[in-house]
Design a protein around this ligand. Structure first.
Ligand code: ADP
Ligand code: MG
Length: 316
């Protein structure tokens, strides 16, 4: 991308940050940040055709590329501050770049995150965002869970998987429910405030990107225990249940990725504090099961063993 590379950066991405801790932002060989404490860093790549369908709008892609990273920081209980963007595009399309930047900056501004650097190359559409944040007094990890802890999820699960199905089929449904599910996939809401609020009380946390059973499985592995999920307790949205039969909705909720809710664990003694912390964020959470001795995630329905239709997404 020799032609116009620096014009593109200047026009679409170089917005002088208001943050005085950005000592040097876009324009030099690297950014310089005044961090003062522990940095929490995450990076995620979205590849066209793998992570998103060509039908996704450029502004949604800009939002999503940042959102998935903010979600990783949320799962750590960290506060996001800065990001970098490595963007590979097949051509310099003004309209596309304008919309992409609009989506990215709208979410960045909502969370007080400054874009401090990046890279721009020509090639198959690929977006890599890195987020840098600061840790609170206590970082949440996947490793702190113990048998007997309750397992919770925020919000509702399965909407994004339902939304992908609608986008991929170019589903004509223009109902409010169909639009809500497509939005859940295209513009996920990272649970940033919730992660920070939970950090003092939760024992372990992860964001649900690959599917509840797969991601709770990661908590189990890192915490050295197993989990039981009562599937009738898994929160499903009214929109999901409007558009899909109950069994399909549950399958999406258990194994569909991309919801970016938080799955977390906490000792039962913390239940009231957890509820108050999330209520202050205006976000519901539901207890869906428990950590147990042993390994792996098993499901129950109304107390009886239940075999889920599928367990989640892996790349290889
Ligand atoms: P270098 O050749 O040193 O890697 P570049 O020419 O790639 O530098 O980038 C010039 C400046 O523009 C750097 O400060 C870099 O961080 C910034 N930059 C490049 N691409 C982007 C982008 N997509 N978004 C934000 N900043 C970018
Ligand atoms: Mg470069």
């Amino acid at each position: 991308m020799s032609l116009g590379e620096f014009e593109i950066i200047a026009r679409y991405f170089d917005r002088p940050p208001a943050d005085p801790d950005v000592l040097l932002g876009i324009g030099d060989d690297a950014a310089v940040l005044a961090i003062g404490g522990s940095a929490v860093v995450a990076v995620d790549t979205l590849v066209a055709g793998v992570h998103f369908h060509d039908a996704i709008a450029a502004d949604a892609l800009g939002h999503r590329a940042l959102a998935v990273n903010l979600s990783d920081l949320a799962a750590m209980g960290a506060t996001p501050r800065w990001c970098t963007l490595a963007l590979t595009v097949p051509k310099a399309d003004d309209e596309w770049l304008e919309a992409f930047a609009r989506g990215l900056f709208a979410l960045a501004e909502r969370h007080g995150v400054s874009l401090v650097g990046g890279d721009l190359t020509r090639g198959p559409l690929t977006v890599t965002v890195q987020v840098i944040g600061t840790a609170g007094a206590r970082s949440l990890t996947r490793a702190g869970g113990h048998p007997g802890d309750d397992v919770y999820v925020t919000g509702s699960l399965g909407d994004a998987a339902g939304g992908i199905a609608l986008v991929a089929e170019r589903h004509p449904a223009a109902s409010a429910a169909a639009n809500a599910l497509r939005e859940r996939f295209c513009r996920p809401t990272p649970r940033v405030a919730e992660g920070v609020a939970l950090a003092p009380y939760a024992s372990a946390a992860i964001d649900v990107s690959d599917g509840l059973l797969a991601d709770l499985g990661h908590i189990c592995e890192r915490s050295g225990c197993g989990a039981v999920v009562d599937v009738e307790r898994v929160p499903l949205s009214a929109e999901l249940l409007t558009l899909f039969p109950p069994q399909q909705a549950l399958a999406y909720a258990l194994a569909g990725g991309d919801d970016y809710e938080l799955c977390f664990t906490a000792p039962p003694a913390q239940a009231e504090r957890i509820e108050a912390a999330l209520e202050a964020c205006g976000t519901p959470a539901r207890r869906i099961g428990q950590l147990v001795a042993g390994e792996g995630v098993v499901c129950r329905r109304d107390g009886e063993p239940f075999t889920p239709p599928s367990r989640g997404y892996t790349h290889f």
